[in-house]
Design a protein around this ligand. Structure first.
Ligand code: C2O
Ligand code: CU
Length: 400
């Protein structure tokens, strides 16, 4: 937990037997702190690395391994980060719920697959039936009747689409990836795809109410079909006074561009037949490709399309974007996003502003197995007046 504007200093000590790196998902930090192979050397076993950066935005963020992710993230190398601000609405209580599912053997060990299982996992992404909230299975939460709580939800799963339901009870969505929405939205279901965050307000409830935190089946066109998954149980205890207050307007979100802004880049996510691997996961027809650079201060209007028959959550590192349209229609509400689900055969138009944080960045599908299979690209943000030199790059972080 930190306050908006704080400097976070995190020393990562690698006690694994393999290299690692840490990515700070959603935080607008300098490129050299982004924790990807393009901007730092992996932290070798026995080594440590100190990340330090300012956290400029309030909201719910998370960190995770960005090396051998299909194993390291699945084994739990992630955590939530809360950045607070005085403008946050007052609630009776706050919780961070980091969701994950693991596929384990009957001895609760990481399940390795044979070739067919591996192939399905590459196609679908890895899902399991050990459902975890903050690393715990079958969690029970207690809250007081009459109170309202802010739940900050992070989907840290490799591939599970979490369609939140509290046994049909309504809740209010107040924030997403990049912080507060302008207005709360009342819903009974909410799709949270891998990498996304949503903050919701739950309650007030009556004494002795009991309900589950479930993920409803969502058909993202996988080979294995989705089922309802239970994650946790909530027990409502004795009544307590409430000080919670949700203002009518939570914040102001200025539009970056009009809906009809001219597209200056196309990004195509596709799943294509392949001679070697049956199918390939690609961006603009390349696996692990390099996209064109962008200039600091040049508004980016990207058309991101998914030509495949399955869903992909698109994640842009280091910058928030706004959805200008989805399949030609303006979105229902304004929000700052860094991860957004692309349904099969769909197209979104997004706008984002490369502020003065030059360096190498990336975007990718946040189904970790698709990312690993190649559905990603790197690109550079260039400041023509002040190009980043190698020296400056190595100045900020330090291998210890
Ligand atoms: Cu959470 Cu490269 O992503
Ligand atoms: Cu994908």
């Amino acid at each position: 937990m930190a306050k908006k504007g704080d400097t976070l200093v995190v020393r990562v000590q690698n006690n694994l037997t393999e290299p690692t790196m840490v990515h700070w998902h959603g935080i607008r930090l300098p490129a050299n702190m982004d924790g990807t192979g393009e901007v730092q050397k992996p932290i070798l076993p026995g080594e440590s690395f100190e990340y330090h950066f300012i956290v400029p935005d309030a909201g719910t963020f998370w960190y995770h391994s960005h090396q051998n992710e299909t194993v390291q993230m699945e084994r739990g190398m992630y955590g939530g980060i809360v950045i607070e601000d005085e403008t946050d609405p007052v609630m009776d209580n706050e919780r961070v719920l980091v969701l994950d599912d693991m596929k384990l053997t009957s001895n609760n060990e990481f399940k390795q697959h044979g070739p067919v299982g591996q192939w399905i996992e590459r196609h679908d992404g890895r899902e399991g039936s050990t459902n975890l909230v903050n690393g715990k299975e079958a969690l029970t939460l207690h809250m007081h009747a009459g109170q309202s709580e802010r739940w900050r939800i992070v989907n840290a799963a490799s591939a599970r689409y979490f369609k939140l339901s509290l046994d049909g009870k309504p809740f209010k969505i107040i924030a997403t990836d990049g912080g507060l929405l302008e207005y709360a939205r009342t819903e009974t279901e909410l799709l949270i795809t891998p990498g996304e965050r949503f903050d919701i307000v739950v309650g007030p409830f009556e004494e002795r109410e009991v309900f589950s935190i479930n993920s409803l089946p969502y058909n993202r066109v996988t080979m294995l079909k989705a089922k309802l998954q239970k994650y946790a149980t909530v027990h409502v205890m004795e009544r307590k006074e409430s000080i919670a207050a949700l203002p009518g307007k939570l914040t102001e979100i200025k539009s970056l561009a009009p809906q009809d802004a001219e597209v200056n880049r196309k990004v195509k996510l596709s799943v294509d037949p392949s001679l070697k691997r049956i199918i390939d996961f690609r961006v603009n027809n390349k696996m692990h490709g390099m996209d064109k650079p962008v200039m600091v201060g040049d508004l980016q209007v990207w058309e991101v399309s998914n030509t495949s028959l399955m869903d992909h959550p698109f994640h842009l590192h280091g910058f928030f974007f706004q959805i200008l349209e989805e399949n030609g229609k303006a979105p229902e509400y304004k929000a700052w996003k860094d991860t957004y689900n692309l349904k099969p055969r769909s197209t979104i138009k997004i706008a984002w502003m490369p502020d003065n944080r030059p360096g190498k960045w990336m975007y990718h599908c946040h189904i970790i197995e698709h990312h690993a299979a190649g559905m990603m690209a790197n690109f550079e943000v260039i400041n023509p007046l002040n190009p980043v030199t190698e020296k400056q790059e190595s100045f900020h972080g330090c291998h210890i």
